[in-house]
Design a protein around this ligand. Structure first.
Ligand SMILES: Cc1cc2nc3c(=O)[nH]c(=O)nc-3n(C[C@H](O)[C@H](O)[C@H](O)COP(=O)(O)OP(=O)(O)OC[C@H]3O[C@@H](n4cnc5c(N)ncnc54)[C@H](O)[C@@H]3O)c2cc1C
Length: 427
C-alpha cells in the first residue's frame, strides 16, 4: 500500500462516488465536492454490463444490485415493420453472463450508503477552477480549497473544468439527444430484454427494464426517445397529442405503457458529447469518467467505464508511490478499453440517430444477417457487452466473478405490484 494521500473529488456522480468509496477504503483522506445542494442521481436508467458488475462484485455490492436491478439477457432491436436489426444474447458469448438494468437512483444509493468510513461531502459547492500544479480548487464563492495530493475531476460529460486539467483534442456535442422517463413495468411483455424500435435513423425508441429503487418497490422500465438536439428546446415541443401519436405509431406497446406519464414535464432531456483528451492528467489533477472521455450512450458503456476508471486508479495508487507516475500508469491501463468504445459509439450513433436514410437502410439490411455469422457474432457481442479491449483483444473478467454470477440464480419474475403508482417521471 502506498502512503496516505489527501484527495479531492469534484462531482459526486458515478465516477466521483466510486472513486471516493474505493480510495477511502484504501485509507486515503477523501473530500468530495458536489455542486447540487442535495447530491442525487442524474440521468436515465441504464444498463450495467458484466464489466461494471464485476466492479460492484469486488466492492461487495453485487447482491444488493441484483436485488434491485432487472436481469437483461437479450438486446433486441427491430424496425417499425418488425424486421430484426439486432438480436444478441449474452449467453451466446458466455453462459453465465447477463446485463443488469438499474435505476440511476438505485446505483447512487448503493454507492452512497457504502461510503461510511472517512465520508466527507461538501454539497452545494460548485468548483470553478482547478490548479493542477498546486492541487488546489476554487469554488463559485471564491473560497480556495487544498492543497491536495491529488484532485480528481469527475464533473461529467458537460465538464466545465476539463480544459483546466488538459486540453481536449476535441470536445463537441452530438447533434442528437434524447428524452427519457421511468414508467411502471406493469405487464410489459419483455421483462428481461433491452428492446428498441427504429424508423430509419430519424426515429428510435427504447425500453429497458430497470427494476426497483431502495425507497420505491414499483418495478420500472426506462423509456428512451431519440430526438435532434434542437428539438429538446421547449419551443420545439410538438404538443402532447402529436408526441403520443408519433410514439404510438412507431411502437404501440410503448405508447400504451406511457399512458400515465405526464408529458412533456415527466420527460427528462439528455444531450451528449464526444470529448477526447490525449492526456487525462496533469500535475496532481486527473479527469475521470465522462469528464475524461464523454461518449454517446449508443453502446451503453459510460457508467461501466466510470466504475472501471475508479478501480484501475485505486490499483495504480497502490503500486506507485508517486502520484504522477500512478496517473500515467492508470491512463495507459484504461486507454485501450475506452478508445475503442469512443470510436464505435462515434461510428454507430449516426446509424441510429441522424437523417442519414440510406445508411439506416443499409443497417436494416445488413446488421442482423452479419451478426449471425459465427465469427462476427462473437465480435459484436464483445462490443455490446463491454468486453472488447482494443480492436481484437478481450477484457478479461475474473473467473471467481463469473462463478459468482452463476451462483446468483435468477429469481422468479416479480408478482405484479398492485400498490399506488406515481406517474413515471424523472427519479
Ligand atoms: C440517455 C442516456 C442513457 C445512458 N445509458 C447508459 C447505459 O445504459 N449504460 C451506461 O453505462 N451508461 C449510460 N449512459 C452514460 C452514463 O450516464 C454516463 O457515462 C455516466 O453517468 C458518467 O458518470 P460521471 O460520474 O462521469 O458523470 P455524471 O454522472 O454526469 O456526474 C457528474 C457530477 O458532477 C457534478 N458537477 C458538475 N459540475 C460540477 C462542478 N463544477 N462542481 C461540483 N460538481 C459538479 C454534477 O452535478 C454530477 O453530480 C447514458 C447516458 C445518457 C445521457
Amino acid at each position: 500500500m502506498s502512503r496516505e494521500l489527501s484527495i479531492a473529488v469534484v462531482g459526486y456522480g458515478t465516477a466521483g462516488q466510486a472513486a471516493a468509496l474505493m480510495l477511502s477504503g484504501d485509507g486515503h483522506r477523501v473530500e468530495a465536492f458536489e455542486r447540487a445542494p442535495q447530491p442525487r442521481p442524474v440521468g436515465a436508467g441504464f444498463l450495467l454490463q458484466p464489466t461494471g458488475l464485476e466492479v460492484l462484485w469486488e466492492l461487495g455490492l453485487l447482491d444488493a444490485a441484483l436485488a434491485h436491478g432487472a436481469r437483461i439477457g437479450r438486446l433486441y432491436g427491430e424496425t417499425g415493420a418488425a424486421r430484426p436489426v439486432m438480436d444478441m444474447r449474452y449467453t451466446e458469448l458466455e453462459p453465465r453472463l447477463f446485463g443488469l438494468g438499474l435505476q440511476r437512483g438505485a446505483l447512487f444509493s448503493l454507492l452512497d450508503r457504502a461510503w461510511t468510513a472517512g465520508r466527507a461531502i461538501r454539497a452545494g459547492c460548485a468548483i470553478v477552477a482547478v490548479d493542477p500544479r498546486e492541487g488546489r480548487l476554487t469554488d463559485a464563492d471564491g473560497h480556495r480549497h487544498g492543497p491536495y495530493d491529488l484532485v480528481l475531476v469527475a464533473d461529467g460529460s458537460g465538464s466545465s473544468l476539463r480544459g483546466q486539467v488538459a486540453p481536449a483534442r476535441y470536445d463537441r456535442p452530438y447533434p442528437w439527444g434524447a428524452q427519457w422517463c421511468l414508467v411502471e413495468m406493469g405487464a410489459w411483455p419483455w421483462p428481461a430484454e433491452l428492446r428498441q424500435r427504429y424508423r430509419q435513423a430519424r426515429c428510435m425508441a427504447g425500453m429497458l427494464p430497470v427494476g426497483t429503487h431502495p425507497d420505491d418497490p414499483v418495478p420500472r422500465a426506462s423509456f428512451f426517445w431519440s430526438v435532434p438536439a434542437a428539438a429538446l428546446d421547449d419551443a420545439a415541443w410538438p404538443g402532447e397529442p402529436a408526441w403520443r401519436a408519433e410514439v404510438g405509431a412507431l411502437w404501440p406497446e410503448a405508447g400504451e405503457r406511457l399512458g400515465a406519464t405526464q408529458v412533456p414535464h415527466g420527460l427528462a432531456r439528455a444531450r451528449y458529447r464526444d470529448a477526447v483528451h490525449a492526456r487525462w492528467h496533469a500535475g496532481r489533477a486527473a479527469l475521470i469518467g465522462d469528464a475524461a472521455h464523454a461518449m454517446s450512450p449508443q453502446l451503453g458503456q459510460g457508467v461501466n467505464m466510470a466504475l472501471l476508471d475508479a478501480r484501475v486508479l485505486r490499483d495504480a495508487l497502490r503500486t506507485h508511490a508517486d502520484v504522477e507516475r500512478a496517473l500515467a500508469h492508470w491512463q495507459r491501463a484504461r486507454l485501450a478499453h475506452v478508445r475503442v468504445y469512443q470510436r464505435w459509439s462515434r461510428w454507430l450513433t449516426p446509424l441510429f440517430q441522424s437523417e442519414l436514410d440510406l445508411a439506416a437502410r443499409l443497417r436494416d439490411w445488413t446488421f442482423h444477417p452479419l451478426t449471425r455469422i459465427p465469427g462476427l457474432r462473437d465480435q459484436s457481442l464483445r462490443v455490446l457487452t463491454g468486453t472488447r479491449l482494443g480492436w481484437f483483444g478481450t477484457f478479461a473478467l475474473a473467473p471467481a466473478f463469473l462463478d459468482a454470477l452463476a451462483a446468483t440464480a435468477a429469481p422468479a419474475p416479480a408478482a405484479a405490484y398492485t400498490g399506488p403508482v406515481e406517474a413515471g417521471g424523472a427519479p
